[in-house]
Ligand binder design. Structure first.
Ligand code: GLC
Length: 737
């Protein structure tokens, strides 16, 4: 094997058997290994390689490539080991999946669904049996060991259970957790991919792909750094408008203005703040994208403007399938300018909501720009955001054939990046009208975070689905999606009072806090439930509005540093063996812990505190370890870590607008926080119009305030320091700020 280093680029060419491979270091903790002329990436705009300090050598059957204290040793078959500081930490081998053919016809006859084995052409194995996190929105536990999954964006309305190999997202990124030696693995390949985490072979992780090229990125370090490096490469969630952190309500569908007004009134009467309402498919004319039924929504521009005055923002759905109907401008333009996917040279048709439908070739930049024009025009009505759906793409008359051509790529390579590309086109539309993007997408690929927030799709009003949100949120977040949520209360089926009560409490940290339900199911707005449930809903939403500054700070730190927003406990407590597969608690940022009750009838539960925590409700101290916690004492199931300082809104805040009081919650001793402030909407922050503070609190020295960046006049006039024991000190907001 030959290793030839190009000293100008830092890239080493490995001449293995009859093929060339390339190795480039992103840093001394990140490396890319790829075959010659890989397909272009949809996730990564640019890769910057280390140049000085890279070395390469070969010795008969082996080649060695190093940078810093990281060395990769390759053999002829492209197996390789990763050596760090002299120690072999991971071993990769080529892996060729075998097609297993077992006769399952009898099982099928009884009505069982039989998974046919796909053909995966190539792959690799990793010798490891370590906790696995990431891989997007998959069902199952936080630690994915023992499960196998397939990345193929899928819209399957059956109740999502642990047995599901695929859901809506295809994010080929996972981590093998090992304290300082966590390995992040990202396979940049948009074909159908398969992952077997110690299921077939207890000692191996198996990864394979069905088409496309071998293009692998590996990151080594502690878990937060690995995630930060991965998101630096593929993109992080940009700051959303601040109102998008408020309470949101959706339904398939609120069919007219009157119904939307009733929902607003329902929330007002129940005294529960509301910041956004979604318009599902029935606002359109014949389910035609970018159309508005003016009978049902007369004078929409004036109406949207009046709602915005009340801090209520309207988010309409836009689906991937376009109605095939002559005379409909989007269809006519798409035909004229060649924007639709084709089969054998003819525009390909299938069926979605509008009936006969065609599918924009979103992968094509020319089509993205055309779509962005429509988005931009549509936004000028005054909509707050755009909700992209059915973009796996979903279809009613069977799946799209694998050879449908979608903007220069066959469907088998385009499928997993179709929703991602639609979100990108939508994002471009926001920028055209200089709006801060707020997009929600169902399908996603690696890096979709840079364009869009997401939700977990069509869950159901089931206790098992409430429980599933925690591992799903944590793994999505560790897959780079900083802004995410689920249909609170469940999309399909009917939500009971108790399920809603517990679901809303469990959603306190959900960056996207949206209640959504399907037609045919019981109405699900907070005020439809009994008094007790409304009380809990109100208290949780009020608490959420107190937390908006802290959540906005988390999103800021996610964007600039790659810190995860919602986190499994292991992210903050990597040394603690008790939290490796903690599926019932989650954290927001470094110091907020939520330990909700997740079962019917559960009034008391055991909570594991990985450090000393205080009850937010009562200030009571819960010492590190397992503690019994009751709903009677802790109705919010919400705890704040000792030694922390948090930026919050004053109690009683009912809006997402900036308060003129910066409230700091301090749990004692030495603590510090960054706090970020901007206009809360618009793009001026990208040109420096924001303030960034570093605030420290110390028992002896008191509070110190430093302004790291000053780009605007602050909203704050008052500073209120709240101690967890209930003491509160109010002073003028530091003058120099
Ligand atoms: C899909 C979406 C759901 C939406 C429905 C109608 O099922 O996942 O959220 O309400 O389509 O548009």
């Amino acid at each position: 094997m030959k290793a030839i280093l190009d000293t100008k680029t830092g890239i080493t060419c490995l001449q293995a058997n009859d093929k060339n491979y390339y190795v480039g270091f992103l840093s001394d903790a990140g490396v890319r290994i790829y075959e010659e002329n890989p397909l272009p990436s949809f996730a990564i705009d640019k890769v910057t390689y280390a140049i000085d300090g890279v070395s390469a050598s070969d010795n008969g059957g082996k080649a060695e490539v190093s940078y810093g204290n990281l060395t990769l040793i390759f053999s002829m078959d492209m197996g390789f080991s990763i050596v760090k500081g002299g120690e072999t930490v991971y071993v990769f081998e080529p892996f060729k999946p075998e097609a297993k053919e077992e006769d399952l016809s009898l099982k099928e006859k009884e009505g069982h669904k039989v998974e046919r084995h796909d053909s995966f052409i190539n792959g690799f194995s990793i010798d490891a049996n370590l906790p696995v996190y990431g891989l997007g929105d998959k069902t199952g536990t936080l630690d994915k060991r023992g499960y196998a999954y397939i990345n193929w964006c899928s819209d399957i309305p059956d109740p999502h259970e642990d047995s599901f190999p695929s859901l809506y997202k295809a994010i080929n990124f996972f981590t093998l957790f090992n304290k300082e030696k966590t390995l992040g693995v990202y396979l940049d390949n948009s074909s159908k991919t398969a992952f077997d985490f110690n299921k077939t072979d207890r000692n191996k992780v198996l990864v394979s792909y069905s088409a496309g090229s071998f293009d692998l990125y590996l990151f080594l370090g502690n878990l937060p750094d690995v995630i930060a490096e991965y998101t630096l490469l593929t993109g992080r969630t940009p700051l959303p408008p601040r109102w998008a952190l408020g309470n949101q309500q959706s339904r398939w569908s609120y069919p007219d203005k009157k119904t939307v007004e009733e929902v607003i009134e329902g929330y007002r009467k129940a005294d529960i703040p509301l910041s956004a309402i979604y318009l599902d498919i029935d606002y359109m004319v014949g389910y035609k994208d970018f159309s508005i039924d003016e009978q049902k929504f007369p004078n929409i521009d004036a109406w949207l403007a009046s709602l915005k005055e009340k801090d209520i923002h309207i988010v309409p759905i836009i689906d991937a399938g376009v109605k095939a109907e002559e005379g409909y401008d989007v269809y006519d333009e798409g035909i004229r300018d060649d924007h639709f996917s084709k089969l054998d040279g003819q525009v390909y048709h299938n069926e979605v909501w509008p009936g006969d439908s065609v599918f924009p070739s979103f992968l094509d930049e020319h089509t993205q720009n055309w779509w962005a024009d429509h988005v931009a025009k549509f936004l000028t009505h005054g909509f707050g955001g755009i909700w992209n759906d059915m973009n796996e793409p979903a279809s009613f008359k069977g799946p799209l054939p694998l050879d449908v051509e979608m903007g220069g790529y066959p469907h088998y390579l385009a499928h997993n990046v179709y929703g991602h590309s639609m979100a990108k086109a939508t994002y471009k539309g926001f920028l055209r009208v200089k709006r801060r993007p707020f997009i929600v997408t169902r399908a996603a690929y690696a890096g979709s975070a840079r364009y869009s927030t997401t939700w977990t799709g069509d869950n159901q009003s089931l206790w098992s689905h409430l429980r599933m949100t925690i591992p799903q949120f944590c793994n999505l977040s560790l897959s780079g999606m900083g802004f995410l949520g689920c249909d609170i209360g469940g999309f399909n089926f009917d939500c009971t009072d108790e399920l809603m009560r517990k679901w809303i409490v469990a959603s306190l940290f959900s960056p996207l806090m949206r209640n959504h339900s399907a037609c045919g199911c019981k109405r699900q707005e907070a005020y439809q439930f009994d008094e007790e449930t409304q009380k809990i809903y109100r208290a949780t939403v009020m608490l959420r509005y107190e937390l908006i500054p802290a959540l906005y700070d988390c999103l800021y730190l996610h964007n600039v540093l790659g810190r995860a927003t919602v986190r499994p406990l292991v992210y903050n407590f990597p040394e603690d063996p008790n939290v490796l597969n903690e599926n019932t608690e989650l954290m927001l940022g470094d110091s907020l812990l939520l330990a909700p009750m997740l079962s019917a009838g559960e009034e008391v539960r055991s909570v594991y505190f990985p450090d000393d925590f205080y009850s937010y409700a009562s200030g009571r101290l819960y010492k590190k370890g397992y503690q019994l916690v009751s709903l009677a004492d802790e109705p919010n199931c919400f705890f704040v870590r000792s030694h922390s300082l948090l930026a919050m809104n004053p109690r009683g805040t009912k809006t997402t607008e900036w308060s003129d009081t910066l409230r700091l919650l301090w749990t004692g001793e030495t603590a510090a926080t960054y706090h970020y402030e901007d206009d809360g909407d618009g793009l001026a922050f990208t040109e420096g119009r924001y303030n960034l503070y570093l605030i420290k609190a110390d028992m002896n020295e008191g509070l110190s305030f430093s302004t790291i960046h000053k780009g605007m006049k602050s909203h704050y006039k008052t500073l209120q320091l709240d101690l967890i024991n209930g003491k509160s000190i109010t002073q003028e907001f530091p003058k120099e700020n």
